[in-house]
Write a protein that binds this ligand. Structure first.
Ligand SMILES: CC(C)(COP(=O)(O)OP(=O)(O)OC[C@H]1O[C@@H](n2cnc3c(N)ncnc32)[C@H](O)[C@@H]1OP(=O)(O)O)[C@@H](O)C(=O)NCCC(=O)NCCS
Length: 183
């Protein structure tokens, strides 16, 4: 068989890197070295405090849900953003499979918002998706959450569809968004 046809029939096999192995990494941003670290049950108090901080005293996800999330290692990643003084100021969580990485949660403490840190967390997770060879990154955002949607659009996410009554607590609709990862 001619070489050019041979290569057509042979799919390029890319090495799949396991996100599950991620533990910690430095994040240099605007002259400060933050740390990104896989979250553990010992971080739950701070995690709950961030939720109350960003959701006006409410905690949409209870402690047990977070405990469950941070303990999942298989194809799940929950990462915290820590200051040099080791204060947890944000987090991002995701699950993934061979095709898709789905961001389940992202938040930055109010006092630290609008400094580009939310974008850094998203870029970190998108990079993890690329390393795992996923083709698409997906997420949902409340239709009223223009701040988050602005950030996602800026990163190249497009709106897919509206999911009616998506949030159980207040029955708000969600906009489903996706970022295609192409080489
Ligand atoms: C969404 C969230 C994580 C973004 O974090 P952040 O650190 O403030 O985001 P960044 O500083 O990286 O900002 C990203 C972009 O959003 C813009 N932005 C910030 N506040 C905004 C607002 N109120 N309205 C519109 N855009 C806004 C920033 O200006 C920036 O865009 P720019 O680069 O063009 O200036 C943060 O607002 C948050 O924790 N919100 C509460 C929890 C939440 O809603 N999570 C998302 C669930 S889908």
């Amino acid at each position: 068989m001619l070489n050019k046809f041979k290569s057509f029939f042979q799919p390029t096999v890319k090495e799949r890197v396991s996100i599950d192995q991620f533990n910690a990494a430095d994040l240099d941003h605007q002259g400060v070295t933050y740390q990104l670290r896989r979250l553990r049950s010992a971080d739950l108090d701070q995690l709950m405090a961030i939720q109350r901080d960003v959701y006006q005293g409410q905690a949409p996800w209870n402690r047990l849900v977070f405990l469950n999330e941070v303990n999942k290692r298989d194809r799940h990643l929950y990462v915290g953003l820590f200051t040099p003084a080791d204060e947890l100021i944000g987090f991002i969580g995701a699950w993934y499979n061979d095709l898709e990485l789905h961001v389940t949660n992202v938040a930055i403490r109010q006092r630290w918002q609008n400094n580009g840190l939310g974008k850094q967390l998203m870029l970190f997770m998108i990079n993890q998706a690329r390393q795992a060879n996923c083709s698409i990154v997906t997420l949902e955002a409340k239709v009223s959450n223009v701040q988050a949607q602005h950030l996602y659009h800026q990163l190249g996410f497009v709106d897919r569809k509206i999911k009616k009554n998506y949030y159980t607590a207040d029955h708000e609709d969600a906009v489903s968004m996706a970022l295609l990862l192409v080489d």
